[in-house]
Design a protein around this ligand. Structure first.
Ligand code: ADP
Ligand code: MG
Length: 259
């Protein structure tokens, strides 16, 4: 009993919390099955490493501040045209981050752009990447208040430390001239240093409307599209389609009942 207390005390000091959780059960198993001592130790270490990995991913996901957690696994690729599953799964492996490439998801609202962007970003978190998700409107507001408080360069430097930044819904709300300029400045700073995933409902020709300034828009697009995977979503709103399908099913159900 004394040994046990001492052992648990040591394990606590060494921050081996899953050892504490597991050692008794694993030791009993090892004794019962005549497992060599090394295998017992290996099993304890494997469980500790797995637990730490899981915690790291959990923290990375919390840090990224996704508005809604979505995984690629729950994305229905049959619901959208011209978004090849294979291509997306390839992107999810994260090679684009090593190359500091951009991913641009374009299309009408409700087609799953934010879902897919979040899924890719969650995959990056699982790979140990530093990820931050921003609604573009909120980000521009944050940039403006950072500028006002004279901490713009610090704020930008923090974002510059990420491996991946998601700029969600670029173009939904037009920016003020100052706001557009700050976003442009940030994108220039991140260019070829941090990967960016942009979701937008705007075709490139319409980006002027959001940034106001033609030259700046041109330069921004030049930076963002320089090395980019562009996925264009075509189709009908997913939720709308689901609702129609549901109504159809109910309708058919109703008819069968009546007959
Ligand atoms: P967008 O960003 O293009 O406006 P969202 O990603 O916000 O669209 O999608 C709207 C809702 O529909 C979300 O709850 C999302 O999870 C769901 N959704 C959209 N497309 C799909 C899809 N292909 N498979 C599964 N869920 C989808
Ligand atoms: Mg969206």
């Amino acid at each position: 009993m004394e040994h046990q207390a001492l052992l648990e005390n040591y394990l606590k000091q060494l921050h081996l919390s899953s050892f504490i959780d597991n050692y008794q059960a694993y030791a009993a198993d090892a004794a019962r099955t005549d497992l060599p001592y090394e295998r017992f130790l290996l099993a304890l270490c494997a469980a500790e490493v797995a637990q730490r990995d899981a915690l790291r991913v959990e923290r990375a996901i919390a840090f990224a501040k996704f508005p809604v957690l979505k995984e690629l696994a729950t994305f229905d690729f049959t619901a959208v045209q011209n978004i090849p599953k294979q291509r997306v799964l390839e992107l999810a492996q994260g090679g684009y981050m090593a190359q500091k490439e951009t991913i641009i998801l374009i299309g009408n609202p409700g087609l799953g752009k934010t879902h897919l962007a979040t899924g890719l970003a969650v995959a990056a978190c699982k790979q140990g990447k530093r990820v931050r998700f921003f609604s573009s409107t909120n980000l521009v507001n944050d940039l403006l208040s950072a500028q006002k408080d004279l901490r713009l360069s610090k704020f930008m430097a923090q974002i510059g430390k990420m491996d991946l930044v998601v700029l969600d819904e670029m173009g939904f709300i037009p920016f003020t001239k100052d706001g557009g300029q700050l976003l442009f400045q940030l994108c220039s700073e991140l260019n070829e240093r941090v990967s960016i995933i942009v979701t937008t409902n705007l075709r490139f020709a319409e980006w002027n409307q959001v940034f106001g300034d033609e030259k700046m828009t041109g330069a921004l697009l030049d930076r963002l599209t320089h090395r980019a995977s562009i996925l264009e979503f075509v189709g009908e709103s997913y939720r709308f389609r689901q609702r129609l399908l549901q109504e159809d099913a109910e309708h058919v159900g109703g008819e069968t009942e009546a007959s």
